[in-house]
Design a protein around this ligand. Structure first.
Ligand code: CAA
Length: 389
């Protein structure tokens, strides 16, 4: 009998602050309907000056360690596209902050927003090789576009930590996967830039092309039919994108795109992304968290995942929700992570956006702003200094 491997536990974290889209719209004179309806976003998480992908990742992962301990974890994979170092894996700081043993393999993965799905699939492979082991997969990103650019409305920040192992309590990950890679320049961030570059309309087209490509391969690999899925978790750079993608898939399959059917398949997956914004690698797993936290009962139901990373790589795969999953959810903690954020006005957001760590090699403390469990206390001799709060 084949092993049941998948997501045993899942926890999310997001930034200290939140900027409502009404504030952005008032600043740039945009009709709020474009944000609320046109792209389907209400607000976006903004990180404090003493938060980054490491503090978000550690905050997301710590509850998993508190519940399950560290005994079985021998690998930590952190996926990000807002990396803080070209050489050292951000996961090593996380390893230290959450107290993982030295007998751990730690590595960072990158392929735009797709990276965490690669990490999840690699984790499944590692567990299949040694079912006694668990893999800690973390997706952590701070999405940043230029101020006053079209992408500005689609920023955000979050981390999702997932414990992957045998006999998962939440979602069993199934074979096969549908895969698609195409060399396109829809979104990228050269090493010398802090903000992403994007060709917005091209990126939407590239995403839709990838939806077709992954689905074609998924069916050729003998996957389920579209009708077998109870819900679909799409990568959501903005929540309207999930609707565009699903309608595109239904059209491609010659199926009806009745709005009620589309909403039934997606509606609950967009709740967290709508108020957090784009969290790149974490986005598709925030969709899963929102679905599990809100749906009545998904026991035994199949969920389709469409992970897209610009550049581009995409993967479609299925997960089956496990009996008893609702006893293992962190719904209250997830709501708390979202509702505890402090609202900032446009000027404060802009100052945070423009904040950079000094690059002169000196000793610099960061302003104490976060109320989360971990903080980036400063930088000294080009070394980031992290503390628990
Ligand atoms: N009321 C209601 N709707 C309105 C409106 C109003 N007053 N005004 C405009 N709209 C609608 C438009 O009709 C449009 O709807 P459709 O897409 O259904 O046609 C929607 O609002 C957006 O309007 P525009 O296309 O004119 O907006 P824009 O030029 O400002 O660009 C964007 C939107 C391309 C998404 C831009 O925000 C952007 O570049 N974002 C970053 C890139 C991105 O997220 N790409 C997604 C695919 S790539 C990916 O997924 C990877 C990743 O994470 C980056």
């Amino acid at each position: 009998m084949s092993l049941s491997i998948g997501i045993h536990d899942l926890s999310l974290a997001t930034g200290e602050f939140v900027l409502p889209h009404t504030a952005l719209a008032a600043h740039n004179g945009t009709d709020i309907g474009k944000y609320h309806v046109g792209i389907g976003q209400e607000s976006m998480s903004v990180t404090a000056a003493d938060e980054d992908i490491v503090t978000l990742a550690a905050t997301a992962a710590a509850p998993l360690i508190a519940r399950h301990g560290t005994d079985r974890i021998r690998t930590l994979v952190l996926a990000t596209e807002s990396s803080i170092d070209q050489a050292k894996a951000a996961g090593i700081y996380v390893h230290s902050l959450i107290g993982l043993p030295s007998a751990t393999r730690v590595v960072e993965l990158k392929q735009a927003c797709y990276g965490a799905t690669a990490a999840l699939q690699f984790a499944v492979g590692l567990v299949r090789r040694d079912p006694a082991q668990q893999v800690l997969v973390i997706a952590s990103d701070v999405s940043r576009y230029d101020l006053d650019s079209p992408g500005e409305a689609t920023q955000g920040a979050a981390a999702v930590a997932m414990l992957v192992g045998v006999d998962p309590a939440l979602v069993r990950i199934e074979d096969p996967s549908g895969l698609y890679t195409a060399d396109v320049m829809d979104f990228w961030r050269p090493n010398y830039r802090d903000t992403a570059l994007v060709d917005g309309q091209e990126s939407v087209g590239a995403y839709l092309q990838a939806v077709e490509g992954t689905w074609k391969d998924y069916t050729e690999q003998g996957g389920r039919t579209l009708e077998e899925f109870a819900a679909f978790c799409y990568h959501q750079p903005f929540t309207k994108m999930a609707y565009k993608a699903h309608r595109h898939l239904l059209n491609y399959c010659g199926l009806d795109t009745d709005p009620d059917t589309v909403t039934a398949a997606l509606g609950q997956t967009t709740a967290y992304n709508r108020v957090i914004g784009n969290s790149y690698t974490a986005s598709v797993y925030l969709a899963l968290a929102a679905l599990l936290d809100q749906a009545d009962d998904l026991t035994g139901k199949s969920v389709g995942f469409l992970s897209y990373g610009s550049g581009s790589v995409a993967e479609f795969f299925a997960g089956t929700v496990v009996a008893g999953y609702s006893n293992h959810l962190r719904t209250d903690a997830h709501h708390e992570a979202i509702t505890r954020r402090t609202e900032v006005d446009y000027a404060a957001y802009r100052a945070l956006h423009e904040h950079r760590l000094p690059a002169d090699g000196g000793d610099h403390a960061t302003p104490a702003q976060t109320t989360g469990p971990y903080r980036l206390a400063g930088i000294s001799g080009h070394k980031r200094l992290y503390t628990t709060r």
